[in-house]
Design a protein around this ligand. Structure first.
Ligand SMILES: [Zn+2]
Length: 177
């Protein structure tokens, strides 16, 4: 580690302690030449252990922020607390890391997010599902909506389906068959 003042390569550690809740070590050093003091941090390199296999077979390192982003997009302006979204994303991420060793299908992640969202907010769940399953027609959409309606509401943001005035084009006809 070069001294930031004189670039001398040798220094001695005069103090060493844990930082970032034990995730790094902070070292106070003294340059062997100019005797000025500086600080270095040492931490374990984080490797993306899990790889996501996307539709079509492309692989990309797992990125938990994408789960949160997906949840946030689905929730839009729904009255879902930011904390609840974060906790949900974290819970899904933790479960994936526990259950999958190397690879996980992107669709599997989507299914889990869709399932978890149902407990948080039905409208958000429906939005997410419609993206995930690429509903081809209104019937697909209505089927999912009915499934959701059949689930007991646990969310504190309980509201009737479609009452946020920005879903389902106009008044939806009853599902045929
Ligand atoms: Zn120096």
């Amino acid at each position: 580690m070069l001294c930031p003042y004189c670039t001398h390569p040798e220094s001695k550690v005069i103090d060493s302690r844990e930082a970032d809740n034990g995730e790094s070590t902070r070292r106070r050093r003294e340059c062997a030449k100019c005797e000025k003091r500086f600080t270095t941090y040492e931490r374990v390199e984080k490797t993306a252990r899990l790889v996501v296999v996307k539709k079509g077979g492309t692989r990309t390192p797992f990125d938990g922020t994408k789960i949160l982003a997906g949840i946030q997009t689905a929730c839009g302006k729904r009255p879902v607390p930011e904390d609840a979204k974060r906790m949900l994303a974290q819970a899904i991420e933790d479960a994936l890391h526990r259950e999958f060793e190397k690879e996980v299908d992107s669709h599997e992640i989507g299914v889990r997010v869709a399932r978890a969202l149902r407990r948080l907010d039905r409208i958000a769940a429906l939005r997410f599902a419609s993206e995930l399953y690429e509903f081809k027609d209104l019937q697909d959409f209505m089927r999912e909506a009915e499934d959701l309606a059949a689930i007991p509401e646990e969310s504190p943001t309980q509201q009737r389906l479609f009452d946020d005035g920005e879903s389902a084009s106009g008044s939806a006809p009853p599902p045929a068959g």
